[in-house]
Design a protein around this ligand. Structure first.
Ligand code: IPD
Length: 266
């Protein structure tokens, strides 16, 4: 097994199995418990995050024992091959905690440092977005493309906020300046799904500061393969500092609005 399509097939099968696990666990309780917190008291982990990451790690390493894994919940393993898996077992954990059906399993395969395949699976809606580099982006097997929006005042823009309150104060300032210039904003609560929304024109653009590589990798490939530009600010690559995703007709305009607001600082 070595082609991008094979990596995608393994990622998709694994994401679907993990999705069933986390959805069934959520359906089984009225109130989901927090098992621990991370960067702040509102940055939570549930037992389902840990169980799903373990399942994903087991499935990936059983199929490909030499690969590396970088998982959100700390299940990271250095590999011996040139393939590294970026795993977010539940992107949108706060939605999951509250029973809001907007969370996803996000798995990407990076080959020699380049994202080669990615899947984002929402186990509640059943929607599954997939992409391989150069192979286009798909929702449940049907090709998708970005919205084609090229007017800032018509743009529906998704964003998200970090868990740290100092960072949030600045993010609120940025949003205050952005909001009057666009159609509206959406804060749906799962970065991978926001990027997939760009990929299919469910929103026109998306920006956020502070994502982890596991939040970003699969969704960024899917949005790129759907024709969007996915970048940082001021020509930087997309990453933890900042990510901006929009179709070519909107990207420069949204970048021009955001850049003077220093959205990549706290
Ligand atoms: C979070 C979600 C959220 C985004 C945060 C992420 P998590 O991921 O993607 O939408 O605003 O920045 O940390 O913690 O639920 O995996």
């Amino acid at each position: 097994m070595s082609g991008d399509g094979d990596l995608l097939e393994l990622a998709e099968r694994t994401a679907r199995e993990a999705g069933t696990l986390v959805r069934d666990r959520r359906d089984a309780v009225d109130r989901m418990a927090v098992s621990k917190t991370k960067s702040t008291p509102t940055d939570v982990v549930t037992e389902s995050d840990t169980a799903a990451e373990e399942l994903i790690r087991n499935r990936l390493l059983t199929a490909r024992p030499g690969d590396g894994i970088l998982g959100e919940e700390g299940g990271s393993i250095a590999g011996r091959s040139d393939v590294e898996w970026l795993v977010d077992p539940i992107d949108g954990t706060v939605n999951y905690l509250y029973g809001i059906p907007q969370y996803a399993i996000s798995i990407a395969a990076r080959v020699a440092g380049e994202t080669a395949a990615g899947v984002v699976h929402n186990p509640v809606s059943g929607e599954t977005w997939t992409a391989t580099r150069g192979g286009g982006a798909y929702l449940d097997g049907a090709a998708v493309s970005e919205s084609g929006c090229n007017q800032l005042d018509q743009a529906l823009v998704a964003t998200g906020f970090g868990y740290d309150s100092v960072r949030r104060a600045h993010q609120a300032e940025v949003l205050r300046a952005v909001l009057p210039e666009i159609r509206d904003v959406r804060r749906a609560g799962a970065a991978s799904l926001d990027l997939c929304a760009v990929a299919m024109g469910r929103v026109d653009g998306y920006y956020e500061r502070g994502l982890g590589p596991w939040d970003l990798a699969a969704g960024a490939l899917i949005a790129t393969e759907a024709g969007a530009i996915v970048s940082g600010i001021r020509g930087n690559p997309p990453g933890t500092d900042f990510v901006l995703a929009a179709g070519p007709g909107l990207f420069t305009k949204l970048h021009g609005l955001l850049e003077p607001l220093d959205p990549d600082r706290d």
